[in-house]
Design a binder for this molecule. Sequence first.
Ligand code: ES4
Ligand code: ZN
Length: 326
Amino acid sequence: ADRAAFIAALPKAELHLHIEGSLEPELMFELARRNGIAIPFATIDDVRAAYAFSNLQDFLDIYYQGMGVLQTEQDFYDLTAAYLARAHADGVRHAEIFFDPQGHTARGIPFATVIGGITRALDDAQAQYDMSSRLIMCFLRHLSEAEAEATLDEARPWLDRIDGVGLDSSEVGHPPAKFQRVFARARDLGLRLVAHAGEEGPPEYVHEALDLLGVDRIDHGNRSLEDEALVARLADDAMCLTVCPLSNLKLCVVDDMTAHPLKTMLDAGLLATVNSDDPSYFGGYVNANYTAVADALDLSRDELVTLARNSFLGAFLDDDAKARHL
Ligand code: ES4
Ligand code: ZN
């Protein structure tokens, strides 16, 4: 309880959060009713019971189904505003938010509807909470690179509101190498680059994200620890890893929270951070992630401060803004 209070009081940045993964069952029911969409659940307890996953793909199937209730600009606003209010309550001062446009445009929802609702909520959080944010557009890696390129083309009118691109969805079988050209284009457009790597995929995918995509951060990166030379390189480069403890537990990336690699990462000098990934599906927002992993690994106050500092160091903020948070 003492530790939880210490965590709650730490100013934090959240760097790995899929906005569609913050859709709480209560809002899912409300939007289903508002939009006249059938969902395969009778009660909120039924929804929560369906959230028992044994791997990433089990989760993704339910995640893509859940986002089907999102139809209007107001829906995307309500989703994003609910996350930002919850993050603000957890002491999050800066949030870098992923969205999956292809999960929506494939259902006939216009790109403008999605990004219009999200950015209106981001603007309101800046005004209401003095909370800054960045928006990162992810490409779905189970789709083709040509589809990612078409998505980047669709985003062109919105690039003043998009800070970076990312790579998410089914990792194994869809290596970073598949997206080399579209990431090079995104870089030429001045965008920041991140990719999920080493969540379920091998250390080689982390190498590819660095060497072939030129990413600025690695999302997850757990399996980097299997490669000693890779760990040394990540430490030397102060490469930020956006680690997600409750996600790792729910998706069976770790067997038990006491087996989580976060302390090993810190001991190796890696710039590891703690994030919530898909909090509605994995059972907790950012403070719950810090508390779960800190309790399991008996992290010290110094280690918790390091994790919170790392979140600002790894953020896509300019040096002046970082200095204000540190
Ligand atoms: C995701 Cl945890 C995770 N991994 C890969 N892709 C994702 N999309 C949403 N959450
Ligand atoms: Zn993720």
